[in-house]
Design a protein around this ligand. Structure first.
Ligand SMILES: [Zn+2]
Length: 94
């Protein structure tokens, strides 16, 4: 599992190398109310955009090949149900 903050280049490299991976989009402050799950291939979180669009502004990304790791992370944020606030409607990760 990796966490990307202020590193869009590293993030985009990771998802490019892990097409079967998962991406958790969270706020900078890791508010448990916001934890959105995507597939690494989702167009809404993988297109190259201006610097900082993914990890340097209000959001950061937690990535893993293991869904269990991602669920454990949401628990560490305070989500007791190990679940997500939302599943992306584009990539339908589960
Ligand atoms: Zn998605």
């Amino acid at each position: 599992m990796h966490k990307f903050t202020d590193d869009d280049a590293g993030y985009l490299r990771w998802i490019g190398n892990h097409p079967d991976g998962f991406v958790l989009n969270i706020e900078r402050g890791e508010r448990p109310d916001y934890a959105v799950l995507h597939r690494a291939t989702c167009s809404s979180i993988s297109r190259v955009r201006e610097d900082g669009a993914y990890t340097a502004r209000n959001y950061k990304k937690v990535v893993s090949d293991s869904l269990a790791d991602i669920r454990a992370y949401t628990k560490s944020m305070g989500r007791k149900d190990r679940d997500f606030s939302k599943l992306c409607g584009h990539c339908q990760p589960l």
